[in-house]
Design a binder for this molecule. Structure first.
Ligand code: MF3
Ligand code: CO
Ligand code: CO
Length: 248
């Protein structure tokens, strides 16, 4: 494997792209409410991204038709924004990747529309905490396998499952670069984590089985058992003696 090591100066550019991606999520939050169609949210994000001199990395990516992925309830990831209108109690992940001056910033968050069930609330909280457990496990000199181990230990305690079909990834001047980052314990320690590496951690956590399937549109991944799924994602940088969450 050949994991790119970026120069120290390059982190500043990555920071800008990642902060813009984060700002998309801050901008869209108040619009996520009962009655809003997912395509209306996508349109708002598309305008915001353009106004800030960036482009969406997902629009046209392998034929993906929209500027964001919006994944509601039992949709695990890669939901295509459309005419579906959010309703009270839905949990909805909005995943945005921007390209700013050639640098990619990738982040996502699961929002709750109005108020929801205790189960859904707990799932969303566990998914967010799982991301931070993964991030905490990252140490320069450590191994990529530490991330999945940490997330698995945490999620198992809560009785939820971790999606295996989609992973985190290297990022920087490419969208999906090496390495593949597993969010579950695979028994493989993986490559060493070194300063100058940029990658995402983005665990998808299901209330039921970890199994997923892709719908006929070729993108929308759902849970096989129709259980709820939640996800949070950050892009992080490894520095000489620590890590920086670029999309915080
Ligand atoms: N942003 C997603 C990720 O976290 C990838 C979306 S690719 C798309 O890696 F084509 F579905 F948009
Ligand atoms: Co990603
Ligand atoms: Co993403």
């Amino acid at each position: 494997m050949n994991i790119r090591i970026y120069k120290e100066e390059e982190i500043a550019q990555m920071r800008k792209a990642c902060q813009l991606a984060r700002n998309v999520l801050l901008f869209i939050e108040p619009h996520i409410k009962d009655g809003a169609s997912t395509e209306s949210l996508d349109d708002l994000c598309a305008h915001f991204i353009a106004e800030h001199g960036a482009t969406s990395a997902t629009l046209g990516y392998r034929g993906f038709p929209k500027s964001t992925c919006i994944s509601v309830n039992n949709v695990v990831c890669h939901g295509i924004p459309g005419s579906y209108k959010l309703k009270n109690g839905d949990i909805v992940n909005l995943d945005v990747t921007v390209i700013l001056d050639g640098w990619f910033g990738d982040t996502s968050k699961t929002f709750i529309v109005g108020s929801t069930t205790k189960l859904a609330e707990r799932l969303v909280k566990v998914a967010e905490d799982a991301l931070y457990e993964g991030i905490k496990s990252v140490k320069p000199g450590g191994y990529f396998g530490d991330i999945g181990k940490a997330i698995q230990k945490f999620v198992d305690k809560h009785g939820f499952s971790i999606v295996r079909d989609y992973c985190g990834h290297g990022i920087g001047q490419l969208f999906h670069d090496e390495p593949v980052i597993l969010h579950y314990a695979s028994g493989d320690q993986g490559e060493q984590i070194l300063p100058g590496m940029f990658f995402t951690i983005e665990p998808m956590i299901n209330a039921g089985s970890f199994k997923t399937k892709v719908q006929k549109d070729g993108w929308t991944a759902t849970t096989v058992d129709k259980s709820l799924s939640a996800q949070f994602e950050h892009t992080i940088a490894v520095t000489d003696n620590s890590t920086e969450i670029l999309t915080l």
